[in-house]
Design a protein around this ligand. Sequence first.
Ligand code: NAI
Length: 259
Amino acid sequence: MSAATQEYTRVAIVTGASRGIGKGIALRLAADGLDVVVADLADQKDPLDAVAEEIRGLGRKALTVSCDVSKEDEVQAMVDTAVSELGRLDVMVANAGISFAGSVMNAEIEVWEKCWAVNIKGVLFCYKHAARQMVKQGAGGRIIGASSICGQRGYANLGAYCISKAAVRSLTQTTALELREHNITVNAYAPGAIDTAMVANPLDEVHGAGYFVKQLLKLPEGIRTGQPSDVANVVSFLVSPKSHFVTGQTLCVDDGVHF
Ligand code: NAI
């Protein structure tokens, strides 16, 4: 893809876009000149509509879609809606994710699987249906997923979440290899502690408010908390022509926790 020869406005989907990192990415892509489909759970309609209004205020087209990414038929419908309403799909940001804290000794598989349904299956469905559409279009594309520093190594009592984010890293490598011949790059971002509801809110009744961030605060002395814009800047690069030679990577956006 060359900006000089491109004759259409690129269209992006961002999942989990009603707040936090997803909202930051959606607004950044709009500022970069893309039309954006913002997707989230049905109960997030009001904040999602507000994000869409902000995007329109930046002079870009915006579309809101209710989508539970853990359900493949809803992800397929989201991609179909993007194409029917905005004409094409060039960028997929599979950002939606949920956190969960609990030890291995107390693991209840049904609960761990809820985390995996969103963080693993949800990302897989987004990669799959975006890839099918992009291959059909024949104009390349950019697919990006949400991993985490928790996918880089283990963190005590965050096993379900760590597994899910390591899976995104692995899935990203595999998908990148499969799509290389189609000029579609596939990368992930691995944030450290970013200042969003996920980090501020209680994860479970056993550990109480702030447990997740307390885990993260076991990070090395002096590591800072980032903002959604810090992740959005990296996604902006991954979507830009400058990153055409980068694929299969999970980029840590973490103030240097993992390198
Ligand atoms: P957040 O909790 O503030 O926002 C997540 C969004 O995803 C919400 O709008 C929520 O409604 C949506 N969502 C949840 N389940 C969904 C589903 N089944 N289908 C569609 N949407 C769904 O989280 P935050 O902090 O913005 O995180 C975004 C991504 O970044 C997540 O994948 C998270 O795991 C990852 N991440 C966040 C870090 C942080 O420090 N905030 C650190 C590392 C990774």
